[in-house]
Design a protein around this ligand. Structure first.
Ligand code: DGY
Length: 324
């Protein structure tokens, strides 16, 4: 029997490689040596013949790729919790396991969501820029005013782990009232957080902060569109740390430019890594480069989880976090 071949589409922390080397002695482990994402064709060539693929949310693990690798491929371990870039139905049909990395990135991503709410409401980035540019000419009663966060209403879309952590932080840390929307009502949220369930239209209309934590699915694509942005308060702040296409970016850019909502904090983009050109020129938006899970601790643990999933499947055991 030949030793297994594991292909990894981007450089990963050493912690992941250690788990692979210990769990699969003699395995051929190949890491993409380019400091960039591979195209579909490049990925197909590089991963040909692999038994396991460790990939990222930027890799198009689509129907044709899975079918081309199906002869040997047994597991796809996604270095993320979101799996919208993977053709799950095809994987299911071909008997290829798909695993992801839930839990370990909850705190890190919630930190970014809360940070964006504060940064937007209190205009941190604009303040930093004007200070560096030498435009801070002294304290004044009407200078650089924002809006407070304490006691406001936070609308959380998506009632998964990250949404829950954000809701808790905003309620416990900032005395916020929590309104939430999810596919199913969550009595646990209602009891523990005093959260109120609302339809999306109602949530966006009532919230001072709207924070998105739902997966990207055909149902959530452009969930926040021009019409729903139109329902928001003029003082509303929209934060997206989920997936870019949940928001119609062009409609958001128009609303921000026209001051129809106060501001937005974005960590993800509709056509990532491209960003709508209008957004880049606006002062009332904070733009981050998809860093929700980007802490040393979290990325190490995500790497270990992917590696453990690969070791488990290739050893005939059940992986811990299997989506398909
Ligand atoms: C995820 O896990 O889906 C995140 O977007 C990665 O940071």
């Amino acid at each position: 029997m030949t030793e297994p071949f594991v292909y990894i589409t981007r450089a990963v922390p050493e912690a992941a490689l250690t788990v692979l080397r210990n769990g699969l002695p003699g395995a051929r482990i190949v890491v993409n040596s380019h400091d960039r994402n591979l195209s579909h064709t490049e990925l197909l060539t590089a991963a040909q013949g692999c038994d396991a693929l460790i990939c990222t949310l930027a890799d198009p693990i689509d129907d044709s790729l899975l079918r081309a690798l199906a002869l040997k491929l047994r597991v796809v371990a996604q270095y993320a919790v979101g799996v919208n870039n993977i053709a799950l139905d095809t994987a299911r049909e071909l008997g290829i396991a798909v695993c992801n990395t839930p839990d370990v990135l909850t705190d890190a991503t919630a930190e970014v969501a809360v940070g964006l709410m504060l940064a937007c409401a209190r205009r941190f980035v604009e303040g930093d820029v004007l200070t560096r540019q030498g435009r801070f000419s002294g304290w004044a009663p009407l200078f650089h005013l924002g809006h407070g966060v304490y006691g406001k209403t936070v609308g959380v879309v998506g009632a998964g782990r990250i949404g829950l952590r954000v809701a808790r932080t905003m309620r416990d840390g900032f005395g916020c009232e929590v309104v939430y929307h999810a596919r199913n009502r969550r009595p646990d949220w209602e009891q523990a957080l005093g959260a109120r369930f609302a339809a999306v239209d109602e949530l966006v209309a009532q919230s001072d902060f709207i924070t998105l934590h739902c997966p990207l699915t055909p149902q959530t694509r452009h969930l926040i569109d021009a019409r729903r942005i139109g329902l928001m308060k003029p003082t509303a702040v929209l934060v997206n740390t989920a997936r870019g296409p949940v928001v119609d970016e062009a409609a958001l850019a128009d609303a921000l430019r026209e001051g129809r909502i106060a501001s937005a904090g974005l960590d993800v983009y509709e056509h990532e890594p491209a960003i709508h050109p209008q957004l880049v020129g606006l002062a009332n938006v904070v733009l981050l480069p998809h860093i929700g899970s980007a802490t040393h601790e979290t990325r190490d643990e995500m790497g270990r989880m992917c590696a453990r999933a690969v070791v488990a499947v290739l050893s005939g055991a059940k992986p811990m976090h299997q989506v398909v």
